[in-house]
Ligand binder design. Sequence first.
Ligand code: PLP
Length: 481
Amino acid sequence: MGQTNQFGDMPVDDFRRYGYEIVDRLAEYFERIEGFPVLSQVEPDSVKSALPAAAPEHGESFDAVLDDVDDIILPAVTHWNHPNFHGLFSTSTSSVGVFAEMFAAAFDMKAMLWRTAPASTELEDVVLDWLRQMTGLPEVFEGVIYDTASVSTMHAIAAARERADPSSRKLGLSGRKDAPQMRVYVSEHVHSSIDKSVITLGLGLESLRKIATNDRFEMIAEKLEEAIAEDVVAGFLPICVIPTIGTTSTTSIDPVAEVADICEKHRIWMHVDAAYAGSAAILPELQPLFDGWERADSIVMNPHKWFFTPFDLSVLYCRDLDDLKKAFSLVPEYLKTDDAAVKNGMDYGIQLGRRFRSLKLWFVMRYFGREGLIGRIREHCRLARLFASWVSESSDWELAAPVPFALVCFRAKAADVDSANALNEEIMRRINSSGKAYISHTKLNGLITLRISVGSIRVEERHIEKVWRLLNEDLAAARGD
Ligand code: PLP
């Protein structure tokens, strides 16, 4: 293997040679991305069965490792970067995001204390302030980076719990006769990560009260008000309301300003889930859709969803970051420092070490600029509206929800619910197994509904035309035309 130090790392010359080779391979990957099936076509266990049961006893040639990336790993990759990945939320990395991950891995800083990672700690504050300005949030908001929205929201609810019952940190909730039964309010269309948060935080699923939605899938504010009033009389402690801007199924928008009025009246924490749609707040013409979020106690948005930043990077903005600190700061002796005025990342969550995630957001913001980011997100919204117009104009298809951002919910028409569900499932099965595009579904009012998300940095109008053509071909084939 040509190592100079038997117990050291790969020699620098080899690192350089392999590094160039890997960048060449990745450049080729991006160039060839449209030639891959969007959804991996392998069967379960394909990767496991191709690999030995135990790690190698002796180090192997790195060429052999790279060969296995081609032969074993690549066929089992579902290509989120493919411009025809329209399922779930379409998210993709940019090339500069890949570069940032290389630097972050090379520096390998753990941002627990400022001292252990000054660049990461300070860059995080800078990029989150840039993002705050771009999205039009007031100066009072300060942010912290976590991995996912699931984790950001769990921290927000923990901070809300701390504020509502400051003894919960010390005494916990288990076995306490005096512990209040807490309530968290969300709409029926809330993301499942919030159910998981209340499980994790010991509040229990029964603490989550799901408020009915209207025919646009938006939380009905009057129902929220009624639920809170009823709970207060029954002795519950309302701690948090979580309206969503851009729900997962349909990207519907809860009435955040009305929810803010209710939260202010009852002194309840308002956390806004803008995990998907938050990025779109940089478009001046979409700002009205975010009305009221500036009154939140906390907001989550995910640059790893729709800001061309590789997974993972989620941002939690708080009106007062000290709320998080009160819930989570705990400094063991070995981490005490005399750096009085610095921010230590470990104080704002359950993690001690934290990855250098801000670097990739910084690269993305600098490379594309505000104008470039606006242009891309605006184009995605245009493509989604274009697709929606084809659906509305067709007699075979119907729109199933409004299209405020870049997701279209629609379905093929059929005589009754059962045949519509069977038909749409069959269309989806055909498209996804073809490898030519990936779409996903949801269920709205008992009807299987197809979803096309437009969000890849590589997507162009021809990709949207392609998926429309495939849908119509598969509709004809499924009907046996
Ligand atoms: N909130 C909303 C509205 C989402 O759509 C999603 C995921 O799609 C999440 C939260 C969870 O995101 P993450 O995967 O970052 O935890």
